[in-house]
Design a protein. Structure first.
Length: 268
């Protein structure tokens, strides 16, 4: 594998001013195997590394320890580390984290931190539709809705409503008309958080009377329908990795504005 990579890399070098090599996404079954593979490839290609750390839901101590161990793994194998980026850092903790990381790592490594943005980190209803292979029952024009919370509508309506937060995805069997109507009403009520959308599980669709009621509403959030059972749906959605696609104008604009603001802050 290494020989094949080196051969193709040299071909690209011959026809390019520079080549950027992207590592694996660590979405596989063994992160250790992927990590060691990345180090080995960088070493054999004789290229420097830019380390991107996923700092989501980690303490400063955990992040610094991960930064040290990851950097040392590259350096001990003769791979130069140009920069280390702590990504998805808790809002407001970037400055303190940078101080601790600068102290722990070699001075020549450029270190930066990017705070977590729910708008970029969490999936949209469109991403959920694509990942699940779901059918769009209603609300195709609102598939850009972002999902920040997921709840299962398997309880009585009064208990379900107490758990609704802003940008909530509701997963419920297709025959739970009470949950479907309750979620749509909560979405237009000032007293509840906005509903991002619904996923109807079990391959079931609402009764005709429920469908007619939904069709008569002015605003209907995306309602998707899948064949899988509720538990399987929850598991698959939790595994979805949010991405910034080429046609996602909102995420692209937010990302660009964030980069511009950081450049401005460094200059001033």
């Amino acid at each position: 594998m290494i020989d094949a990579i080196i051969e193709k890399f040299k071909r690209l070098q011959e026809s390019s001013d520079f080549v950027v090599v992207e590592g694996t996404d660590f979405a596989g079954f063994s992160s250790n195997v992927e990590f060691n593979g990345n180090v080995s490839i960088a070493k054999n290609l004789g290229i420097p590394a830019a380390i991107i750390l996923n700092c989501s839901h980690k303490s400063d101590v955990e992040i610094v320890e991960q930064a040290i161990s990851t950097t040392n793994a590259f350096l001990s194998n003769g791979v130069q580390v140009l920069t280390l980026v702590a990504n998805k850092v808790e809002q407001g903790k970037e400055t303190e984290l940078l101080k601790k990381t600068h102290t722990a790592l070699p001075k020549e490594i450029l270190i930066s931190a990017i705070p977590v943005h729910l708008e970029l980190s969490n999936p949209t209803m469109e991403e959920i539709r694509d990942a699940m292979g779901a059918k769009v029952f209603f609300g195709e024009n609102l598939l850009t809705n972002r999902v920040d919370h997921v709840i299962v509508g398997a309880m009585q309506l009064r208990n379900f409503l107490q758990r609704v937060k802003n940008n909530t995805l509701v997963i419920t069997p297709g025959d739970r008309g009470d949950i479907i109507i309750g979620a749509l009403q909560a979405n237009i009520s000032k007293n509840f958080g906005k509903i991002a959308g619904l996923v109807l599980s079990g391959g079931m669709l609402p009764e005709d009377s429920i469908v007619q009621l939904v069709e008569g509403l002015e605003t209907v959030v995306p309602i998707l329908q899948v064949e899988e059972a509720t538990f399987e749906v929850v598991t698959k959605i939790n595994d979805i990795k949010a991405r910034i696609s080429a046609d996602d104008k909102e995420k692209k604009l937010l990302s660009e504005l964030d980069c511009l603001s950081r450049l401005w802050m460094r200059k001033h």
